[in-house]
Design a protein around this ligand. Sequence first.
Ligand code: UDP
Length: 331
Amino acid sequence: MSERKRILITGAAGFLGSHLCDRFIKEGYHVIAMDNLITGRLKNIEHLFKLENFEFYNHDVSKFIHVPGKLDFILHFASPASPIDYLKIPIQTLKVGSLGIHNCLGLAKAKNARVLIASTSEVYGDPTVHPQPEEYWGNVNPVGPRGVYDEAKRFQEAMTMAYHNFHGVETRIVRIFNTYGPRMRLNDGRVLPAFIGQALRGEDLTVFGDGSQTRSFCYVDDLVEGIFRLLHSDYVFPVNIGNPDEISIADFAEEIIKLTGTNQKVIYKDLPVDDPKQRRPNISKAKEILSWEPKVSRSEGLKITYNYFKSLSEKDLNEVDHYNFDKYIIR
Ligand code: UDP
């Protein structure tokens, strides 16, 4: 048997990281999973612990990373990724996008590994170009509440290109648009778990603003396939991966009401500061370079996701915060 490829996945216990672990295990890789468990949860990857081609390090990637042995690939997915999370832990968000990527790139250079970094549609900010192509430079408020995430991700892209151009490190950049699926945290504040959690608990659904803002939701398996293809492509510039099927948040609330059969109604709350008014990926590049496009419709993906949330225990459903932020706020 040929030697297994070895891949380091940071943020491995998070929603996306854990699905990536599953995929690379399935493909026969040796997966080195890393997470400091601030927003990730071991529950997402505990089924992998028994495998001999899986190992886990409880480590903060903002600090020096040591991985023994050879490494072929690094996926940098460590970061808080929901508005609530990065408002609660803004300094860690900035650190993992800056110090964290610096450590990953340094490790990649030392090991001669290829790095793929998780960037985001947030680099486009509140976009004035719609749908958003990769060539659009964005409309970001650096000093607003989202600035800590948006600017960290923009810095991360710049640092990645610098390591590619200056040190010749093999790099890939994926710009991820809103993604959903099993293992999202019910309490992370993102719209899909918020609405489904509210429906399951018998609460009204909270639409922020008038609900006319739009998002385009991609099912996690489609995203993972796009990332897998990008990692193995030879394209170094950013590629959007997302589902262009756009919907207003008000209509999305109605879809969730229908899906869950809840008797609850929609209530309206203030729109958060700098909440993007519209978001939809232009995926021409992914289609052309990766022959990729999403396959899972929103109705299919939502059914799977709803069944996952329904299977959670009462305790999980009512959990407010599973982690102690106070402990992690930088002094
Ligand atoms: N949103 C909402 N109700 C909620 C949570 C979110 O109406 O309970 C809105 C939010 O204001 C935004 C959209 O849903 O316009 C998507 O929010 P999310 O936090 O999921 O991610 P974003 O795309 O803004 O990063």
